[in-house]
Design a protein around this ligand. Structure first.
Ligand SMILES: C[S@@+](CC[C@H](N)C(=O)[O-])C[C@H]1O[C@@H](n2cnc3c(N)ncnc32)[C@H](O)[C@@H]1O
Length: 239
């Protein structure tokens, strides 16, 4: 059987196409970026690249490190003068209590180990690791696409076939979780003071075109066909 493509190879291959488009999420990304930039300060780690539509001016006021498994995804950030490190969100190469804030910008739905069930465990692994590198009282910021519960269960049932179909195009499985799932894992991992921000763009229409699948950049569908709601969750690390 063909080996599924891993995330680093997938994103190395697709980085150019990924950075050429905002997938129809420009305004959402803009709102989420401003929200994150208002909240973070001091020593900041962003894992899974940087938040899209970041402001270089805001980034330059931070002591910022960006980690990612893909060298090609990091390249434009490096070229912009940002500090980058190659690494996996589940095994970060930083000592305990290193950061004031950790941002996870649109990365958690990609860490799936090719199964809906395993993806849930991977979220715990990442947040455990984030809790380790955060200073006591530091904050995690999760920018994600959330789904409603019926969509979540439909994803679970469809995951084997979704994986098969995506696999034919060398695209790894993604799993969008509910916002409540993220909240429950945060509480289990000892985070508190949970806050949620929904970057819903004013005047958005169900007809607005979006590109839902990285790896198929020509596929464009009306927003209504892609039942996700962007959310930025944040929470405080036990201290
Ligand atoms: C959808 S892209 C988001 C990139 C950037 N944050 C943005 O929103 O424009 C997901 C990113 O997560 C990275 N990634 C996937 N799995 C990862 C892992 N286990 N650890 C760290 N980064 C990972 C990919 O290489 C890719 O850069």
């Amino acid at each position: 059987m063909k080996k599924p493509m891993d995330q680093s190879r997938f994103f190395d291959t697709n980085a150019g196409a990924y950075y050429r488009t905002d997938a129809g999420m420009g305004t959402v990304n803009e709102l989420a970026a401003r929200h994150i930039e208002e909240g973070v300060s001091g020593r900041v780690l962003s894992v899974g690249g940087l938040w899209p539509r970041y402001s270089l001016e805001a980034a330059s006021k931070l002591d910022l490190v960006v980690a990612d498994v893909s060298e090609e995804m990091l390249r434009p950030l490096q070229e912009a003068g940002l500090s980058t490190v190659l690494g996996d969100a589940r095994a970060l190469s930083f000592p305990d209590d290193s950061f004031d804030h950790v941002v996870l910008p649109l990365v958690l739905h990609h860490i799936t180990e090719q199964s809906w069930r395993a993806a849930r465990g991977e979220v715990s692994k990442v947040l455990g690791e984030v809790g380790r590198v955060l200073k006591p009282g530091g904050r995690v910021w999760i920018s994600e696409f959330s789904v409603r519960r019926p969509v979540y269960w439909a994803e679970a049932v469809a995951a084997p076939i979704t994986k098969l179909l995506l696999g034919l195009m060398d695209i790894p499985l993604v799993v969008m979780h509910t916002a409540n799932f993220y909240r429950s894992v945060l509480r289990r991992e000892d985070f508190s003071d949970l806050a949620s921000y929904y970057p819903d763009p004013p005047g958005a229409s169900w007809r607005d075109p979006i590109r839902p699948i990285i790896g198929i950049p020509w596929l464009q569908v009306p927003r209504a066909f892609y039942p996700v709601r962007p959310v930025v969750l944040s929470a405080k690390c036990a201290g």
